[in-house]
Design a protein around this ligand. Structure first.
Ligand code: TYD
Length: 213
């Protein structure tokens, strides 16, 4: 059996990660389909989807940053145990929309909890499981927020609603993280057309998976 491979998709709000993952679906061969799990955070399993509802609920504007960070980590621990770890142990490929890097940039930098603190609680949550490759869709924060406003203003969530300066910090933190982890994190310019972005991502994934896609 071929080894498991873990790919995460990251980017600021409105960067187009979810669209990219949907656009990749038609390129996945029937053979690979049996071997591929596509999932997302916060969420992916019943308990984590319930935690997601609490995290994104606009009624909970009083939520403290540490509570937020611990809830993201708790959702991740359950998702890892139920989906990601078993799939990787079975040699499958996992595509995950957001993972620990999101907590590092949103909670560690955006909420100013500290990068090391976030890495520590997430090491506990993930038992040290790390992505093999991360695709970072980079986009200026104002463009991302404008996209959200245009396409789903009625559905904006508690975190989308944060100030532009918060989202600018998140974007810069992602770029910084990518510079420090250039072997793992590959940047794609999110201002390109969806077709171009899909093509770039496919190329990166094909290289990483060497002929499995
Ligand atoms: P997501 O469902 O990916 O939303 P979007 O499609 O708008 O990018 O994530 C929901 C929000 O949760 C998003 O604003 C990013 C935030 N988030 C964190 O702050 N920390 C985390 O660890 C994760 C996974 C997400």
């Amino acid at each position: 059996m071929k080894g498991g491979f873990f790919i995460t998709f990251e980017g600021p709000d409105g960067s187009g990660k979810t669209t990219l993952i949907n656009n990749l679906r038609p390129f996945i061969t029937d053979e690979l389909k049996k071997d591929l799990i596509i999932t997302r955070e916060p969420g992916g399993v019943k308990i984590s989807e319930a935690i997601r509802e609490i995290l994104l609920d606009k009624r909970f504007s009083e939520m403290g940053s540490r509570t937020e960070a611990l809830l993201f980590a708790a959702a991740r621990a359950q998702h890892l145990d139920e989906v990601i770890k078993p799939a990787l142990d079975a040699g499958k490929i996992v595509f995950c929309d957001r993972f620990v890097d999101s907590s590092v940039v949103y909670q560690g930098i955006g909420r100013k909890l500290g990068v090391q603190e976030i890495i520590d609680i997430n090491r506990f949550a993930t038992t040290g499981v790390n992505p093999d490759m991360t695709i970072l869709l980079d986009l200026p924060a104002d463009l991302g927020l404008a996209r959200i406003k245009k396409h789903r203003s009625e559905k904006s969530d508690r975190i989308d609603q944060d100030q532009l300066s918060f989202h600018e910090q998140v974007r810069r933190a992602y770029l910084d993280l990518a510079a420090k982890n250039s072997n793992r994190i590959k940047i794609i310019d999110g201002r390109q057309s969806p077709e171009k972005i899909t093509k770039n991502a496919l190329q990166l994934i094909q290289e990483a998976l060497k002929g499995r896609i």
